[in-house]
Design a protein around this ligand. Structure first.
Ligand SMILES: C[S@@+](CC[C@H](N)C(=O)[O-])C[C@H]1O[C@@H](n2cnc3c(N)ncnc32)[C@H](O)[C@@H]1O
Length: 270
């Protein structure tokens, strides 16, 4: 239990953020010139590794705990059930994987995939800290959403929480999700909603500038959380997500707004 391929250890949160920020600086521009450019997969991987030590804490603070409700909805809409083999893609520190684990039980299997080793190590540590027998069914796998290490028609359900927005090629990721799902089964994809309502979009943008970024700054993660705003603006609207899913081959695709339109969840059936 609690193992990740080539795991690294993550100790005190602040120290780890500071270390990974220093590494990030070196990776991007050299000492003293930090630029949080996050257009390539490698840059996004580095970003999520830097925020790993405080990611869960910030999620709780920034959403006032609401992210837990949205994640429960996402898992519930995947229709995962006892005995199923399921995939949680872009699993991060494992919130959705832990929920799926309880849904599918010890006769089922949860494959939790992410390309950030630090996020996976946080997930594995949490698995050990909050031990439950059913969590034995989770495997933490270092892998790329654009090239999944599974055969066709392998899973009974797939969940993605706040992951698709961060993948550089969303169309390719959707095709991979379609490929690994069994016919008739579902993908449930939760993320920020790129709202077409001016009011909701303005509120979301105001909250990021005036709440999210200032709070993240307290952890030395200003640039990292500024990326959130640009990633939402470059993301797809609900309608565009439905189209993306249909183009990948899904027969039914419906996007639902959550949290007053701030969040959205796409449900796609193969
Ligand atoms: C915002 S976090 C979401 C984590 C978790 N699902 C949650 O809801 O809390 C996005 C995750 O997607 C992962 N990710 C982004 N692009 C990826 C890719 N191409 N392959 C695998 N993981 C990826 C990042 O490493 C990060 O852990």
């Amino acid at each position: 239990m609690g193992t990740v391929t080539a795991a690294i250890s993550v100790s005190a949160a602040a120290a780890a953020v500071s270390r990974s920020r220093r590494a990030g600086r070196r990776r991007h521009r050299g000492p003293g010139v930090f630029s949080c450019s996050v257009s390539t997969a490698g840059e996004r991987q580095a970003l999520f590794s830097r925020i790993a030590p405080v990611y869960d804490h910030l999620n709780d603070v920034l959403s006032l705990g609401q992210h837990r409700t949205w994640k429960r909805i996402c898992v519930s809409w995947s229709r995962a059930k006892m005995g199923d083999r399921v995939l949680d893609l872009c699993c991060g520190s494992g919130d959705l994987a832990f929920l799926l684990s309880q849904k599918v039980g010890l006769d089922g299997e949860v494959m939790a995939v992410d390309f950030s080793r630090q996020q996976l190590q946080t997930a594995a540590d949490r698995q050990e800290q909050r031990w439950k027998l059913c969590y034995e069914n989770i495997k933490w796998i270092e892998g790329d959403a654009l090239d999944l290490p599974f055969t066709d028609c392998y899973f009974d359900a797939v969940t993605v929480g706040y992951g698709l927005r961060n993948v550089v090629d969303k169309s390719r990721a959707m095709q991979e999700i379609f490929r690994v799902l069994k016919p008739g089964s579902r993908a449930s994809i939760l993320d920020f909603n790129k709202s077409s309502s001016l009011f909701t979009a303005s509120l979301q943008s105001w909250a990021i500038d005036n709440v999210v970024v200032p709070l993240a700054s307290g952890y030395g993660l200003t640039e990292e959380y500024k990326y959130l705003k640009s990633s939402i603006s470059q993301y797809a609207t609900g309608e565009e997500l439905e189209k993306l899913a249909r183009e990948a081959g899904f027969t039914v695709a419906k996007h639902y707004e959550l949290g007053g339109g701030i969040m959205g969840n796409l449900v796609a059936t193969r």
